[in-house]
Design a protein around this ligand. Structure first.
Ligand code: GLV
Ligand code: MN
Ligand code: MN
Length: 410
């Protein structure tokens, strides 16, 4: 089958593994039966590409092509096939299916890599358990056994429970660790999820740095009193305080000196949540990102100061709970150069750029040399059913990945 058809057919088929088709997008959260079925399908495609397949203790799926020097540190490539809620069909999926396609291309070009190539579909890049990238975190040694009980999804199911439900053993977490000395380089192909490439007319992004999130939960507690009987001056309205905190976050982020800080409140929980009760308790899940660590830290600190001040002024209690604090990563020059050389060899216009989204490569970048390849996202839309990348750009991404792997595996 031609490259184009195999890749597009596989992406379309994987999109059918969906727990909420009525919503219009794709919902395929890690460790669900639907996710497992999708992963089993990916394993079949890996085997068809001649790879030796194994599943590790946290459900990371690997496919190995042994090099002519199997003892040499290997080249790792992949992404994820879980989705956030009501998502698109390309986020993560391209990096896994594009890698399988890259293997087909290298084989048909008669390439015989010196270093082994290992493909991976990391488990749980999307934050089902509040924290994203749980599979790569386990591989990087950034997850402890206690974290698996602590990390819970929106229904209160712990990651340990979800692992057991998926037939995996949380007590084997340490087996998922990857010894960094065994990895020469990691490269991840991904859709851009922003509009930089599209607006610049380039088809390939050569990622030089990945911004990282500092996520925290702000809980504001006031008094859940009668909405009709409580005069305005006697209220302690937790949601009005939370609204002020959100506006303050937006102001602080816009004023951040790096010019690259972003801040989002993506989850608001209001209790009791009745129209005739003053909100007594509100949780805000706050996500602040930058590739400039000092600028990000400045916004977090100023937000906490502002939240304390407004809570005191409004008679609210404030609690700040850490969720995750990742370090931004700089891509390895030799991986960046390999990506650029692969794109230029194909005459594809490319540009160097930073990634605003996080990726498994960011987590693994704390341990091993990494790089990333981006392809354009139409309209910069992602984490949305309308996420789209033109078919020829998907193919270009797989071609550039193949060229990059061939260079890195020499
Ligand atoms: C990844 O999904 C992110 O939120 O950046
Ligand atoms: Mn995503
Ligand atoms: Mn992704």
């Amino acid at each position: 089958m031609s490259t184009a058809n195999r890749l597009h057919d596989a992406i379309a088929e994987l999109a059918g593994f969906n727990d909420d088709p009525a919503a219009g997008g794709i919902t395929r959260e890690v460790y669900t039966p639907t996710y497992r079925a999708a992963l089993d399908r990916v394993a079949v495609w890996m085997r068809e590409a001649g790879l030796d397949v194994r599943l590790d203790a946290v459900g990371n799926l690997f496919g190995r092509w042994a090099g002519t020097d199997p003892g040499a540190p290997l080249v790792l490539t992949g992404s994820h096939v879980d989705t956030t809620l009501n998502a698109g069909r390309y986020d993560g999926v391209l990096g896994v299916l594009g890698a399988i396609e890259a293997v087909h291309m290298l084989r048909s070009d008669g390439v015989s890599p010196r270093r082994s190539l290992e493909l991976v579909a990391w488990a749980g890049e999307e934050p089902r358990f509040g924290t994203g990238c749980v599979g790569s975190r386990a591989a990087a040694g950034h997850l402890e056994r206690a974290d698996l009980d602590r990390l819970c999804d929106r229904d209160g199911i712990s990651m340990a429970g979800a692992l057991r439900g998926a037939g995996l053993d949380p007590d084997r977490l340490a087996d998922a660790r990857i010894d960094p000395a065994t990895v020469h380089a990691l490269v991840e192909l991904h859709i851009e999820q922003g509009a930089v490439l599209e607006s610049g007319g380039q088809s390939i992004g050569v990622v030089t740095a990945i911004a990282a999130p500092h996520d925290l939960r702000l809980t504001l507690r006031g008094a859940a009193t009668h909405a009709g009987a409580t005069p305005m001056h006697l209220r302690r309205d937790a949601l009005a305080g939370a609204a002020e905190a959100m506006i303050e976050l937006e102001r602080l982020v816009r004023a951040s000196p790096s010019g690259t800080t972003v801040g989002t409140v993506g989850v608001v929980r209001v209790r009791p949540g009745a129209i005739n009760v003053v909100p007594g308790e509100v949780e805000l899940d706050v996500d602040i990102r930058d590739s400039d660590l000092a600028a990000r830290a400045g916004v977090v600190k100023a937000l906490l100061t502002a939240a304390k001040e407004l809570a005191a002024r409004r008679g609210l209690e404030l609690e700040a709970t850490p969720i995750v604090e990742d370090a931004p990563v700089t891509c390895e020059p030799r991986v960046v150069e390999a990506v650029e050389a692969a794109a230029l060899a194909l005459d594809l216009p490319c540009r160097r750029m930073a990634s605003g989204a996080y990726h498994d490569a960011m987590v693994m970048g704390s341990r091993v040399p990494i790089g990333m390849i981006f392809v354009p996202s139409a309209g910069g839309i992602s984490h949305h059913p309308d996420e789209h990348t033109e078919p020829e750009n998907l193919e270009r991404g797989a071609h550039v990945l193949a060229g990059t792997l061939a260079r890195l595996a020499e």
